[in-house]
Design a protein around this ligand. Sequence first.
Ligand code: HEM
Length: 406
Amino acid sequence: MTALSTDEVDLLSEQAIADPYTFFSMLREHDPVHWNAAHRSWVITRYDDVAAGFVDKRLSSNRVQIIYEQKLSPEQKVQRAPTYEVLSDWMVFKDPPSHTRLRNLVKRAFTPRAIQALEPRIIEVVDHVLDLPSAGEIDVVGDIAYPIPAMVIAEMLGVPAEDRDLFRAWSNDITMLIFEGARDEHDRQLAQSGLVALSEYLHGLVGAHRKSPKNDLISALIEAKEDDESLTEAEIVNTCVLLLFGGHETTTNLIANSFLALMKDPDQQRVLLEEPDLAESAVEELNRYDGPAKLVVRRAAADLEIRGKQIKEGQRVLLVQAGANRDPLRFADPDVLDLKREDNRNVAFGFGLHYCLGAPLARLETQIALPRMLRRLTNPEVVGERLSYQPLLLTRGLTNFPLRYS
Ligand code: HEM
């Protein structure tokens, strides 16, 4: 088996963006630990290797700080300092022990029980968003899949309703940076403006919560304490940026991608509608089949070997969930959507220390939204010839999803 050359493997090619599953399955079969010179990254696509990678201490999440401190010129450092100030506080870019401290404190405010208590409110939000004329044309992404998680996370944090529209543009700009679609310094500066605007806004909101505490996530983050530790002002603000961003972009794509998958498969639609008890495992399967997470990035903190390939300290490693979750060695008929699949545990929400903190929220929102969307948007038809996906390396989301229903 020969390794594929980088010339053949452009991770942002039209084909890779349109159908990452076929694209990564080619790599998984022929070169499962692939060096890609263009992205200067190792690309890991087999389930076993990806799952092992998530728990390998030699694969570090600390890349923002290292890149900033070691790889940027003095001029770039000045240019990118505002981005660094926000991202260096995100737990997703930290290793233990600072990751452990931050995650434990945030976990106290963001508990599965607090999320379960939101169920009635999420139902109201979904019903409100689906309060549509009996027939018409909508954009599933912009009109439904985006507003549901955006409204829920904004309410959880305690953002006043009249300010919520501000986030959409900021969040879009940030997506380009975090999910690696930024092509040049101009894109990076645009993303930085979004980050700065969002963090300045949240700074004001955290200040107001300090003066008059409320029953919401910001107040819970202010109050969170463990072993005499609490979050600094910057950590609170920057964690709110992370939660707002995480709450906006990923679940939107899970809802929209899943609705599209079900639209194409009337049998599976029926399964979801007729067997509501399956909702939980159905969402797990939909996240495996065509979820938003394509890959996560790590940095080798030491030399290591995977399947005979020598990975050197400092090199970038991409753990490709879109490859792992369709690996035939792990899942029978991996390219088939089967809501009744018995063992559908997958790596869409990650694995190990950084396992998605928002997973219970994303699951609940999607479980509530999908059956209601299927019942409300009857006789759905995609408008136009072809749906397109955002040209991002880390995530899979439709650019828009125009739909006619009647
Ligand atoms: C379908 C929706 C979602 C998917 C597929 C997803 C996926 C992921 C993945 C793969 C990770 C691990 C990243 C890594 O290992 O480097 C992660 C971490 C995280 N996610 Fe999510 N996520 C989703 C929704 C959410 C939501 C709704 C929130 C919050 C409102 C959220 C907050 C977080 C946080 C805070 C982390 C960092 C955890 C840590 O580093 O310890 N996510 N997510």
